[in-house]
Structure formats: structure tokens, C-alpha cells
Design a protein. Structure first.
Ligand SMILES: Cc1cc2nc3c(=O)[nH]c(=O)nc-3n(C[C@H](O)[C@H](O)[C@H](O)COP(=O)(O)OP(=O)(O)OC[C@H]3O[C@@H](n4cnc5c(N)ncnc54)[C@H](O)[C@@H]3O)c2cc1C
Length: 500
């Protein structure tokens, strides 16, 4: 066993889409900084960012019903939808910048236009969808959406869903042509290829096992070369923990007080994938439904056209599953070893509070393939068992923490950025809305960890993201410019947005 020590400016742990995004932004802001990446697997984008491990939805709140809530007074609150749409516009601008500068190529290899639709059944849900549509259609971010409860129109929008559907129940949908399917795996690989060409040191099959502070305030990482078995020591002034589900354990090892009292609960995702090309050819959209009562928000069922390796496929899900692993390639001991004296009470409180989630997960795990096909038949009445195969997607580790609103052990469904007080370490936990908002989230990391440099960096950030720091909703002209220029750069064939 050797024991080498190396110094670098920045260390990124994990080669997923988050590290890829942060590394790419930092290389544009400070090209002279030396960046080193450690990834325990053999290549980039193999865990949650892989195209088969997530749903590939460019989350812009055009179809996800869980981003809008009906308030007790009957009005629909679209605040969260606005936030997510604005964040996705930031991603589109950054990706366009990279394409326009020839830093990445062939946008069609990672992003395609695909209508986003919401579909509901039953009088009560139809009434909600109409109200939601009305609340959103006045907002410039969502203009261009259509609503219909006319079966003939719906047959045009999604024939597979309408085929042989008994029409004794009300059904309605909304459609927005500005939706996208994003291959986050391909994007991650493109970004790492770019980083490699910029002399970023990327070490695959290198696992970060520990990190501790050095006397001068930097961080020393203990890294195991999984091929040779050697242990290496690497130091950096700034460390980003982008280990996906693996981040919590590394954060705990850092010992920073901000990482205390936080736990994680893994929920796996499973999808049904259609193996019949005739069925695949009949559908062209992402159609999101309503989550079942008691189901967590990430279990909203959806029927998705996907473009992977230039091939069109059809996925339905996700079904939730349970595995104690925090990564698909993780260990069955992940959950138990994440329980520490400081988060024990938080975890126990969550266990008591989240009985309905536990019940839901047990029900989901026990589903037979025929029962899953029954769920699919709510979307495709003609679905047959032979046309669909079950595939296991990625692990999501939901953050559990103590909050003022929810009390001890509250389960979080969003993304959480944890930074040390001095900004020398940042960790990303949680998974939703995930990869779609990676650029916004990484800019937040930069803002929190490098406050002194922000003034100097701002012009470059604005060059990459012209709307940086502005609300697009309040600047419809800028929104139009951003939407049209990014559609052109990313070769999206969406309809021209409507200017107010
Ligand atoms: C079922 C499912 C569906 C989803 N659908 C969508 C969607 O439709 N749209 C969307 O925007 N997002 C979606 N997401 C979320 C999205 O996939 C994630 O937010 C995103 O991929 C996270 O990227 P990441 O870089 O943080 O993590 P990852 O892609 O998981 O990468 C983390 C990397 O760190 C490595 N690593 C971990 N520990 C160590 C260590 N100790 N040393 C070295 N390397 C380490 C891992 O091997 C891995 O390669 C979905 C997620 C799931 C699970």
C-alpha cells in the first residue's frame, strides 16, 4: 500500500451530473484553478444521473401536479411551479452557452422537445385541473398551454391512453409543447469529456473513504484506488460532496456541525419499460397523473416517451421499492451505518411520523407484475403483461431533518445544500427536482461558498446565464428572448412562445 499526498484547489466527489455542472461552471469562472474528481465507479453518470436510472423529465412544472396545491380557499397555489420553471430556464441558458461555445456538441444527444401533459380522471380532479390551468395560463412562464376535456381532442393528444377507454368517467388533460426529455446520463458524460479536455484530473475507481480538516483550514481526503488497493491522501481548499446517495456518509465523516441531526431514507424507483415497438410508436409525450392518496410526491405516476441512444422508448412508473442501499451500487448496511448518536432521535421521530410512507412502501414492494400492469391500465387500458418489462432505476435518499414547521424528524422531498460556515465544503443531499435544476443548485453552492468572489464573477455568470439574478416571470421580454434563443441553441422544435 502506498501513501501519496497531493494538493489541488478543488475536489469534486462523485462523477454525477451535479459535480459535472459545478466543475464546468468553475472552469469557466476560474480556468486556472486545479480541479480533481474522484469517482468510485468506472465511468461518469452511472448512478442516479444515468439515463436508465431516472425519468429524464426536464422538470419545468409544465405537467407535474405535485408542484401546485389547492389551498383551503379553493385557489391553486402555483408558487413552487414558478420557482421550478425559473430554475429550468437557468439550466437551458447554461446548456445553450456550452453548445454555442462548442464546449459540448449535438444537443439532440441530450435534450429533445416533447410535449408535457397532465392527465386526470373523475369530476373532482377535472375541476382541479381546470382551475390549475387557469391559474397558470395567465403567467408568462406557462403561456401556450392548452386544456381539454373533449375525448376527441384527447384522442389526438394521446391515442394510446384513449384507446378502448370506457368514457363513463370524466377525463381531462393539459398540454404544453415547451416540455423536454433530457438524457442526463449523456449530458453528464459530455460535461466530463469537456472537463477532461480542460485538464481536470478525473480519477475513476477511486473511492473517498474519509475527509478531515488540516491545520491550515483545508481538507484532507483519504482516497482508495479500487484497482490497486493503494490509499492516497489529497488536500484541497474547497470540497464538493456530490456523491448522490453516498453524500450523507461523507458529510458525516467531515464532522461539520451543519451536517449533524440529518438522516436519510432510501426509496428505490422501478419502471415498466415497453418492449413492443408498435406500442411505443403510438405515444409521444410525458403524461403525468395524480399521486395516489398516501403516496409520496416522487411516486406520481407518469407515462413517458424517452429518447435514449437515438431510440424511442416508453416508460411507466415509478413504482416505489425499498432497499437499505443509498446508491444502486451501495451496501445493504448504508441505512444502518447512517444512524449516528446525533441523528438517532431525528430518525426515530421520522419512523413514528412516517408510518403511512412505510405502509405505502410495503404495499409497493409486494406488488406483482400483474398488479403493476393494472396500475398501468389506468393510463393504457389495452396494456398487456407481455409488452412490458420491469427495470430497477436509481435510489433516492430522502433527507430527514428537524424543521420548525414539521418538528423533529421531518421527511424532505427537495434538494438540500449543506455548507460549512467557512464555505470550504458543500454537500448536496436529496433528489428532487434533481438534475433539471442542477445549474441553479450549483450556482447556489458557489454563492454560498465563494461570497467574496461573486462580484468579480458576476459578469461571467451573466454571460453564461443572461437572466441570472432576475425573475423571468417579471420580465416577459427577456423570457421571450431566453426561450427563443435557448430553443434555437438546443435545437428544440417547440412552438414560438407568446409575447405579452
Ligand atoms: C427514479 C428516479 C427518477 C428521477 N427522475 C428525474 C427526472 O425525471 N428529472 C430530474 O431532473 N431528476 C430526476 N431524478 C433525480 C436525478 O436523477 C438526481 O437528482 C441526479 O441525478 C443527482 O445527481 P448527482 O450528481 O447528485 O448524483 P449521482 O448521479 O448519483 O452521482 C453521484 C456519484 O457519486 C459517486 N460516489 C458516491 N459516493 C462516493 C465516494 N465515497 N467516493 C467516490 N465516488 C462516490 C457515485 O458512484 C455516483 O457516480 C430522478 C431520480 C431517481 C432515482
Amino acid at each position: 500500500m502506498g501513501n501519496r499526498e497531493k494538493k489541488t484547489d478543488v475536489i469534486l466527489i462523485g462523477a454525477g451530473t451535479m459535480s459535472a455542472t459545478l466543475g464546468t461552471i468553475l472552469k469557466e469562472l476560474v480556468p486556472e484553478w486545479e480541479i480533481t474528481v474522484f469517482e468510485k465507479l468506472g465511468s461518469a453518470g452511472e448512478e442516479s444521473s444515468n439515463e436508465w436510472n431516472n425519468a429524464g423529465t426536464g422538470h419545468a412544472a409544465l405537467c407535474e401536479l405535485n408542484y401546485t396545491v389547492e389551498k383551503p380557499d379553493g385557489t391553486v397555489d402555483i408558487t413552487k411551479a414558478i420557482k421550478i420553471n425559473e430554475q429550468f430556464q437557468v439550466s437551458r441558458q447554461f446548456w445553450s452557452y456550452l453548445v454555442n461555445r462548442n464546449l459540448i456538441h449535438n444537443p439532440q444527444d441530450f435534450i429533445r422537445s416533447l410535449p408535457h401533459m397532465s392527465m386526470v380522471q373523475g369530476e373532482e380532479n377535472v375541476r382541479f385541473l381546470k382551475k390549475r390551468f387557469e391559474a397558470m395560463s395567465n403567467n408568462p412562464l406557462f403561456r401556450g398551454a392548452e386544456f381539454s376535456d373533449d375525448p376527441k381532442k384527447l384522442m389526438e393528444w394521446f391515442p394510446l391512453i384513449m384507446q378502448q377507454r370506457p368514457l363513463n368517467e370524466a377525463i381531462a388533460a393539459t398540454k404544453n409543447e415547451a416540455g423536454t426529455d433530457v438524457n442526463f446520463g449523456a449530458l453528464t458524460r459530455m460535461l466530463f469529456n469537456h472537463l477532461e479536455s480542460e485538464n481536470v484530473n478525473i480519477h475513476y475507481k477511486h473511492r473517498v473513504d474519509n475527509m478531515k480538516r488540516t491545520n491550515d483550514g483545508a481538507w484532507e481526503l483519504k482516497v482508495k484506488n479500487l484497482e490497486s488497493g493503494t490509499i492516497e491522501r489529497h488536500t484541497a481548499k474547497f470540497v464538493f460532496v456530490g456523491g448522490g446517495g453516498g453524500s450523507l456518509h461523507i458529510l458525516q465523516k467531515s464532522g461539520i456541525p451543519e451536517g449533524k441531526h440529518i438522516g436519510g431514507f432510501p426509496v428505490s424507483g422501478l419502471f415498466l419499460v415497453c418492449n413492443n415497438p408498435e406500442v411505443v410508436a403510438k405515444h409521444h409525450a410525458k403524461v403525468y397523473g395524480k399521486a395516489k392518496v398516501g403516496a409520496p410526491p416522487m411516486s406520481v405516476p407518469h407515462l413517458d416517451t424517452r429518447f435514449i441512444d437515438n431510440k424511442k422508448s416508453l416508460l411507466f412508473g415509478p413504482f416505489a421499492g425499498f432497499s437499505p442501499k443509498f446508491l444502486k451500487t451501495g451496501s445493504v448496511c448504508d441505512l444502518i451505518t447512517s444512524v449516528k448518536p446525533d441523528n438517532l432521535l431525528t430518525m426515530l421521530s421520522a419512523g413514528v411520523k412516517e408510518m403511512s410512507l412505510t405502509k405505502y412502501l410495503i404495499q409497493q414492494v409486494l406488488l406483482s407484475k400483474e398488479q403493476r400492469i393494472e396500475d398501468l391500465r389506468e393510463f393504457i387500458p389495452t396494456a398487456t403483461v407481455e409488452d412490458w418489462d420491469l427495470v430497477v432505476a436509481g435510489q433516492r435518499v430522502q433527507v430527514i431533518k428537524d424543521t420548525e414547521a414539521g418538528g423533529k424528524g421531518t421527511l424532505q422531498f427537495g434538494t438540500e445544500v449543506i455548507t460549512s460556515g467557512d464555505g470550504s465544503v458543500a454537500a448536496l443531499l436529496g433528489a428532487s427536482p434533481g438534475a433539471s435544476t442542477a445549474v441553479h443548485v450549483m450556482l447556489d453552492v458557489i454563492n454560498r461558498c465563494f461570497p467574496q468572489q461573486m462580484k468579480e464573477w458576476e459578469p461571467k455568470i451573466k454571460e453564461m446565464i443572461p437572466s441570472y439574478g432576475m425573475s423571468l416571470m417579471d420580465n416577459p421580454k427577456l423570457l421571450y428572448k431566453v426561450q427563443t434563443s435557448t430553443a434555437e441553441a438546443l435545437e428544440l422544435n417547440e412552438r414560438k412562445p407568446i409575447v405579452s
